[in-house]
Design a protein around this ligand. Structure first.
Ligand code: FES
Length: 692
């Protein structure tokens, strides 16, 4: 360590540390705008000047290496006056309205810019802002030429997309030949935005400091289970497929199922989508899950047996996820399933062409191999029985599998079928009562699954009736696209209002709708158009307008208005001590990944109740250092999203074979390499701001 004195205080500097770094680390603030802790020093702004005994003039402390015995002053009247002049020069060409939360504004206020600028009117450079590029705005009039962005882009990221262009008073930060960022080789990592002290580079989407991570790393933060998407995408790009799979397995026991059916909110939020198209995250998950060598099984076994017993009611994604994590925490777990096979909605509702049964079977077997016991064909009517049997806690995850009625005259006609029952029949290999023409009412995944299953089960023509437009359809976009490719018709802005009691063809009275004001969930409310009624003919009408849970009275649990179990949103505890509930039985129908997250939450809460820490995640691999260098990659911004292979339409309709194929290794790596690596921005140090 090197010992020196700064403003009379004894300070120790690490080898090679500059006076500025030693001072900041010791709590002595020296202003500086071109200095950034992650960048090599530039000594450009001259705000960090100090006096050092035995040295001439006012050296920049950011470029002066601390030496043994140095005596440094940072706050003499001359220094303060000189800094005000330097700040005057910086602000003389800057718009008067300094960016509210910028480092520039805070430093200017600390230095006393008002004194420096009294009676002075700045003359900003006449440079227009560039607002039509992805993710961030460039406002050169606010640039103070500190070059932090340039050093970051060139020396740390190695992308070299921006630099100083023009000469003398015309110098600005820009791209060669004024080309677009995409043409200049920008990687859109936004490290430049992160280090800009003045607001000359600013996110298009403004956010509150508390929402920083949520906004800047949306893939991770929109995943209900909090899977570290950014990390497994990077590991995939590096060819580390087992590592990538283990990152997913930290949070979920169903990587392959999710690779097939996840509704991927991460992709909708992916920032690459603003450059051109989002990363095909679900396809990457499927790819790494398909590469499973089983290495993850050699990770440390479950915790020692705690002697506690947990009953799980329902073997869907919520129940089995909770069972898996509780078993890993050392508890004995017995899952009760009313149906003859485990899997819940993954087995009964999701057709085999989306989720092959062997994929589901294999992941359920892994859960059983971990020691979870599953008792199928076992319907629970009372929770008392479970407590009488000695279970210490119960998790109710029995789903929401009862169809909702349309509430229109004639709907009890035997030719009107419930979508969930149809899917259950088809998925269990039973003969479905489907023939001729079929109309399906609804716009969610169940409606689309029922329509596509009906086509495969032998109907000649399938039409979905949806009361809003395609934009409001809750079904996954790609499922709708595939349905259309397969020949499903969709009639938008149509709702049935009566089923007519006539023989022969089924006659359904319908009304046309238009969109009115937004309702509580923000979607525009469909409103019937007066006088627009018409009658359509079909052979079967399938209703898929929603599902609700069927909670036995014997559970003795409080329900909400919708008949769902009332449970605490955080702990999932419900009205009976020792009972927890989660997944569709609490929220109504949701996605597989949402149910998985409910299972994770339940496992935390139940483990805590049983004396554990509630920390259920176990890392399979240690955190790795991430190389901050992205390098130059010509055409990076233009690389388009991978085409996900699929079964040709003419080979789909007489079978339930999986439609979506798996990427090959080359395609998976190339797709993962398209990632903007937004997480790197979050690793950039924050500069020290002036004391308040
Ligand atoms: Fe040292 Fe700018 S010259 S911070």
């Amino acid at each position: 360590m090197t010992r020196l004195s700064i403003d009379g205080m004894k300070v120790e500097a690490k080898p090679g540390e500059t006076v500025l770094e030693a001072a900041l680390r010791s709590g002595i603030y020296i202003p500086g705008l071109c200095y950034h802790p992650d960048l090599p020093p530039a000594g450009a702004c001259r705000l960090c000047i100090v006096e050092i005994e035995g040295m001439k003039g006012f050296p920049a402390s950011c470029t002066t290496v601390a030496k043994e015995g140095m005596v440094v002053r940072t706050d003499t009247p001359e220094i303060l006056e000189l800094r005000r002049k330097v700040m005057w020069l910086i602000l003389s060409e800057h718009p008067a309205d300094l960016e509210e939360s910028s480092q520039l504004r805070k430093v200017a206020e600390w230095i006393g810019a008002e004194q420096a600028l009294s009676g002075f009117v700045p003359v900003p450079r006449d440079l227009p802002a560039i607002t039509d590029e992805p993710l961030f705005i460039r406002d050169p009039a606010r640039c103070i030429l500190c070059e932090r962005c340039v050093r970051m882009c060139q020396e740390i990221r190695g992308a070299g997309a921006i630099g100083l262009v023009n000469r003398g008073v015309d110098t600005v930060v820009g791209t060669d030949h004024d080309s677009s960022l995409s043409d200049a080789g920008c990687r859109f990592c936004e490290a430049c935005v992160e280090v800009c002290p003045s607001g000359a580079l600013a996110d298009k989407e403004r956010f509150d400091e508390k929402d920083r991570e949520k906004t800047l790393l949306p893939c991770v933060n929109t995943c209900p289970a909090g899977i570290d998407v950014a990390r497994y995408v990077r590991l995939t790009a590096e060819g580390r497929f087992q590592d990538a799979l283990e990152v997913i397995r930290e949070k979920v026991p169903f990587p392959r199922v999710l690779g097939c059916v996840c509704d991927h909110p991460c992709e909708e939020a992916c920032r690459r989508g603003e450059v051109n198209e989002p990363i095909a995250i679900k396809a990457l998950k499927r790819f790494v899950a398909e590469q499973d060598s089983g290495r993850w099984k050699s990770a440390p076994e479950s915790a020692a047996d705690t002697g506690k017993r947990v009953a799980v009611v329902g073997s869907g994604p919520a129940g089995l996820t909770a069972a898996w994590f509780l078993r890993k925490a050392g508890h004995s777990v017995l899952v009760f399933e009313a149906m003859s096979e485990a899997g819940g909605m993954m087995r009964t509702c999701i057709p085999g062409y989306r989720l092959p049964r062997d994929v589901l079977d294999r992941e359920i077997r892994e859960i059983e191999n971990a020691g979870v016991k599953i008792k199928t064909g076992s319907e629970i009517g009372s929770l008392d029985e479970l407590f009488d049997e000695g279970f210490d806690a119960v998790f109710v995850a029995s789903g929401a599998a009862d169809g909702v009625n349309m509430g229109i005259p004639g709907e009890n006609d035997p030719r009107v079928l419930d979508g969930i029952s149809l899917l259950r029949d088809v998925n269990s290999g039973r003969e479905a009562a489907i023939a001729g023409e079929v109309a399906v009412v609804g716009g969610g995944n169940v409606a689309v699954d029922a329509a596509r299953s009906a086509l495969r089960a032998g109907s000649e023509k399938v039409t979905i009736l949806y009361r809003r437009t395609r934009d409001e359809m809750p079904a996954a976009r790609e499922e709708v696209e595939e349905a259309l490719k397969e020949g499903v018709n969709i009639s938008f802005l149509v709702a049935p209002c009566a089923v007519l009691p006539e023989r022969g063809k089924l006659k359904v009275r319908c009304v046309r709708m238009e969109l009115g004001e937004p309702d509580a969930d923000g979607r525009r409310r469909p409103v019937p158009v007066d006088g627009s009624e018409f009658t359509m003919e079909t052979d079967r009408l399938i209703t898929a307008i929603g599902q609700k849970p069927a909670v036995p009275e014997g559970f003795g649990l409080s329900l909400d208005k919708k008949g769902c179990i009332a449970a605490d949103a955080e702990t999932l505890s419900c009205s009976r001590d020792g009972v927890f509930a989660g997944g569709d039985v609490v929220t109504g129908p949701g996605s597989v990944i949402e149910a998985i997250q409910a299972g994770r939450k339940a496992a935390c809460s139940i483990d805590r109740r049983l004396g554990g820490s509630g920390l259920i995640d176990r890392a399979f691999i240690p955190e790795e250092e991430e190389d901050p260098c992205l390098g130059r990659d010509e055409g990076f911004a233009y690389r388009s999203r991978v085409e996900i292979p699929g079964l040709p339409v003419d080979r789909r309709l007489d079978n339930f074979s999986q439609v979506e194929g798996v990427l090959d290794e080359k395609a998976a790596k190339e797709e993962a390499e398209r990632c903007l690596r937004c997480q790197l921005r979050l690793r950039i140090s924050r500069p020290t701001l002036p004391p308040l």
